[in-house]
Design a protein around this ligand. Sequence first.
Ligand SMILES: Nc1ncnc2c1ncn2[C@@H]1O[C@H](COP(=O)(O)OP(=O)(O)OP(=O)(O)O)[C@@H](O)[C@H]1O
Ligand SMILES: [Mg+2]
Length: 234
Amino acid sequence: MAGHRREPEPVSAAPHMARFARIFAERGMPEGGTLISDTPEPIPALEAAQARIPRLYRNAVAEHPRVADWVRTIAETAQAPNLRARRQVTHGPSLLLVGRTGRGKTHAAFGAIRALLGVGIDVRWHATTAADLYAEMRPRQGVDPEWMLRRIIRTPVLILDDLGAAKSSEWTEELTYRLINQRSIHQLPTLVTSNLPIRDLRAQIGDRVASRLTGMCEQVVFTGPDRRRQDIAA
Ligand SMILES: Nc1ncnc2c1ncn2[C@@H]1O[C@H](COP(=O)(O)OP(=O)(O)OP(=O)(O)O)[C@@H](O)[C@H]1O
Ligand SMILES: [Mg+2]
């Protein structure tokens, strides 16, 4: 008996797309990101890392296309040391995020870290401003600056924020050189932010550092209005 056969109703993709968009946003990935997670949800590393991310950037999303590309490249080049281990970031390209104040450089850098953590790969990371780094490296009792510097040099993914903003000296130049030189020769992914484009940074950080940054980083320029002023205006 034929009966009343109903035509199958078209299935709407909208609810699924909305769910994916929400998951991408929670993990700091741009909408429509193509990263494939190594682990099912939830991701403990992302939860734990949230506490280390400054509150202002805890929901940051790597939405700039060049930054999103960088995240994809780093995630794709991650390698597992053995069959059972999670994939780890071992090497990769770096970015120099430049633009005037309030354009979203630090937001993008933390968004990139969040996106990497969201993929479920093993990401050891550290974030510091150049000024904080110099302050921490000042010789003082009970602290071994050499040990701290070596640790930062070796961290697989580093955010070096506000390079060129601190007062420079021979000592800061030497420290920055050692950090950038090591990260450059070991091809360790570094997200450097600065208000100055590379040609102006040169005067601030010296030729040797500027040359290495040029060699290791793709420069990404952030434009638009100062978002902090927009926040006040809103
Ligand atoms: N894409 C974004 N979406 C929502 N908020 C953003 C975005 N980018 C930046 N912001 C917000 O705008 C403000 C300024 O951003 P951010 O701190 O990243 O600027 P910056 O370029 O690093 O500035 P500076 O050079 O002064 O360090 C912050 O409050 C940040 O949370
Ligand atoms: Mg900043």
